[in-house]
Design a protein around this ligand. Sequence first.
Ligand code: SF4
Ligand code: SF4
Length: 418
Amino acid sequence: MVRSSVLDPNDPILHPLRLGANQFPGAWAYTMPKELRGLKMPDERRATCMNCPKSCYEDYRADYRCCTYHPRIPNYLLGLNALSPAGDAALDAVMARGLLLPEGMHHAPGQWYDYLDDLENEEFGRSTKVLCPMLDESNGYCRAHAFRNSVCSTFFCLKDHGAAGDEFWSQVQTLGTQVEMSLSQWALHMVGFDLDRYYQTFTDLSSEVRNVSSVSGWKDYVLGRLWGNWKGREKELMRECGLLASEHRDDLWEIANSFEIKESAKFNISMITSVPDHLKNQIDEEDLEEDEDSEAAKPRDIWKQATKAYEKLWDLPEGHYALSGRVEIVPNHGIDKEALYHHDKPYSIRVYTRKGSRTLDWRMFIDEQEFQLLQLFREGRTMDWTLLLHPTLKALGRGKEFVAEMLKSKVLVREALH
Ligand code: SF4
Ligand code: SF4
């Protein structure tokens, strides 16, 4: 059955969903637990993508930055994106590389080995061979911005909340990935695509894993076998999946929790065991432990882990805290591109790799009120109710959150009292 409905261009599922200071796919309003929208997300102020610190001060490519990666974007998000001419052109680019499978954009083993090779040679961010086809080279923008997958949506190279932020985003990413896998397969099932045949084909291909990839994606004969009688109607299938997701949007979270995900464990294991010897270091031992009977975690259970990680983001543990010996706060003299970008912030927190070192680990620009709040910790201070009621903290408006951020990023460290 081919769906003929067209979505209203203003439909929120087609536009980025703003949560705090960051944007996520509009579909998250329906595919993720509704409680997610009530969370106070970290702003991630240091990952300023269009003034990317990794390309300004490290050696990431200025054009692709961290998009030296092939994300798995589920079919329903590609289909919703393809409802606009720009998204449709982006889908053509994905297909031209041989990276489109019925589940969505999906790298072939060869592209995964290229990615491992980049990791092995510390070429992530500098790669010449792993470049996302969704990136518009003319301006550096993502052509799937409102339809990115969960990995791209939760990737922040520098985290405001340090390890606690890392844990939180990693849980949200795992949650999103699981939901995306489940819903992409559900959508295929709903359009009548034969999932059993599809995964059996992967199993049949497991003995020739080293031969299924071209230089940029899956070989044509492999695509022919995987697509079956949908070959030649790939874009139609993506759009169908997108419209199905839209049509059933109010039930997507429950569907993601109850639809049984299928896969070919044999193909997955064969892909891992076929990794070239010089890249074996990049493989997780536990990736090999997968078997036909292993069950995927339910999104609901992953969500519980994510909420635990969330609580840790904002807690203010008791103790006596002071500015770290690795930290210096200096005026922002606007002497480089990043400093100029933050011209409205009069100070910069400079965090060195260790006390006494002049090697900068990271820096962050702050405003006058944030500066004044940090001054309260110059001589050390106890984290208690008097701090919470202090006029300097109150003046900031989100003073409590700022202190939590400074604790998690180890700008403020606990002092032992003798
Ligand atoms: S996440 Fe980080 S590396 Fe990637 S574009 Fe943004 S600032 Fe640059
Ligand atoms: S989908 Fe967009 S954000 Fe993700 S890697 Fe590609 S260009 Fe970058």
